[in-house]
Design a protein around this ligand. Structure first.
Ligand SMILES: Nc1ncnc2c1ncn2[C@@H]1O[C@H](COP(=O)(O)OP(=O)(O)OP(=O)(O)O)[C@@H](O)[C@H]1O
Ligand SMILES: [Mg+2]
Length: 379
């Protein structure tokens, strides 16, 4: 980093910034070999001249942040915040999110991959995939949600239909079928929402995914790498790819877990498994099965697969001793850490029924904040 006050013609800016945004700024500036203070100044100028409406950024829990701006920019920025009717903290967060969006680090670092998985049904894989992806997009990341479950719940709850059998989809691309003709990226649909800008997209489920395991059985090629091969061309367009997995542990899931492995030169904690669980005994048994499966993949393919976190979902302490003691056991594991305990509340179900993203439908509900907490914890 260059001198904080080169030539003395800069002025100190002191504000607050959410920790995740600060981290994202630091990482992106490093990837692009840019000075953080220049990035902030460029972001503020872009914010001042932006003609499109900018999504508001969640600044709850923001921490103090200071940098140096070229003379005059500080005053004009403050005045513009007043004119636009946003707080100085919100204005700065928007400016930095805008700079990150406008300065993708193509090719600099591998796209982060979060595989949300648990073969136990109904634990909240889809809810966590969707919420986490929305929280990441709110914070300036370009996010691809992949509905990897033939049930298509994720697609449905975001208002989309699954791709009919026989048509081009992620599955045809994974199996190299003749229908795989266009770019898979063209099948990714943008999820509208002021908070997400144009940064959140979903690759809808395909009915053909019901046959994916049997297709992979006869697939002539490295079947464990089939998902990676299909998604590789999309990676440069996204900062994060979130996979909503099916409740199973077959070949398709092996390919999913393989996709989340740590790649050469990828930093620890960058990609891996996000595991929603419930605070009850059957969930603990299911987790045991999942880690056995992961352990055999690690051995068979000589790979590293990180369990990034657990998310204890649908928690309700009124369920008594079973719930409280199970939660204590999850927390006592320590590794992977419990990044959030999400209460069993109505907003999640309402958002699903209304086919709205949770973070648009109830941006300030406790569940939405839990999703942001997971996103922060994975930063
Ligand atoms: N924290 C929560 N509070 C209330 N309802 C929730 C919560 N999390 C999930 N749900 C609801 O519970 C049901 C199951 O959740 P979800 O679909 O996310 O689980 P899943 O693990 O993806 O299920 P499957 O194994 O079928 O894919 C859904 O109706 C969802 O809306
Ligand atoms: Mg699901």
């Amino acid at each position: 980093m260059s001198s904080p006050n080169p030539g003395g013609e800069r002025e100190k800016l002191v504000s607050k910034l959410p920790a995740q945004l600060r981290q994202a700024l630091k990482v992106r500036a490093a990837q692009l070999s840019t000075d953080v203070q220049d990035a902030v100044a460029d972001g503020i100028r872009a914010w001042q001249t932006a003609t499109k409406p900018l999504p508001s950024v969640d600044t709850s829990g923001a921490e103090s942040f200071g940098t140096w701006l070229p003379e005059g920019l500080y005053d004009s920025f403050k005045a513009d915040c007043g004119t636009r009717g946003v707080s100085y903290i919100q204005g700065l967060a928007q400016a930095i999110a805008l700079w990150i969006e406008e300065h993708p680090a193509e090719g600099a670092h591998p796209t982060r991959r979060f595989v949300v998985c648990n073969q136990k049904g109904g634990v909240g894989k889809t809810a966590v995939s969707a919420g986490l992806a929305q929280a990441l997009a709110e914070n300036g990341n370009r996010v691809l949600l992949v509905d990897y479950d033939p049930q298509g719940h994720l697609s449905h709850q975001l208002g989309l239909k699954a791709i009919p059998a026989g048509q081009e989809s992620l599955v045809t691309h994974m199996l190299n079928r003749e229908q795989a003709q266009q770019d898979l990226l063209d099948l990714a649909v943008t999820i509208e929402g002021e908070r997400f800008g144009d940064r959140l997209r979903i690759l809808p489920a395909a009915f053909d995914a019901f046959l994916l395991d049997s297709g992979l059985t006869v697939f002539r090629g490295p079947r464990h790498a089939a998902l990676e091969r299909a998604l590789a061309p999309l990676e440069e367009h996204f900062d994060v790819i979130v996979i909503d997995s099916p409740p199973s542990l077959g070949l398709a899931m092996d390919a999913g877990i393989y996709y989340g492995r740590r790649r050469d030169s990828e930093r620890q904690g960058s990609s891996g498994l996000v595991i929603p669980v419930e605070a009850e005994d059957t969930s603990a048994q299911a987790y045991g099965m999942l880690i056995n499966q992961v352990a055999s993949l690690i051995k068979d393919y000589d790979i590293e697969v990180e369990q990034l976190c657990l998310v204890v979902n649908k928690y309700d302490s009124r369920r008594g001793f079973i719930a409280t003691s199970s939660l204590a056991k999850w927390k006592a594991l320590g590794t992977p850490p419990v990044l959030a305990v999400i209460p069993d509340l109505k907003e999640q179900r309402e958002a699903v029924r209304l086919q709205r993203p949770l973070l648009s439908y109830a941006a300030d509900c406790e569940q939405a904040h839990s999703m942001r907490q997971i996103a922060r914890g994975l930063a």
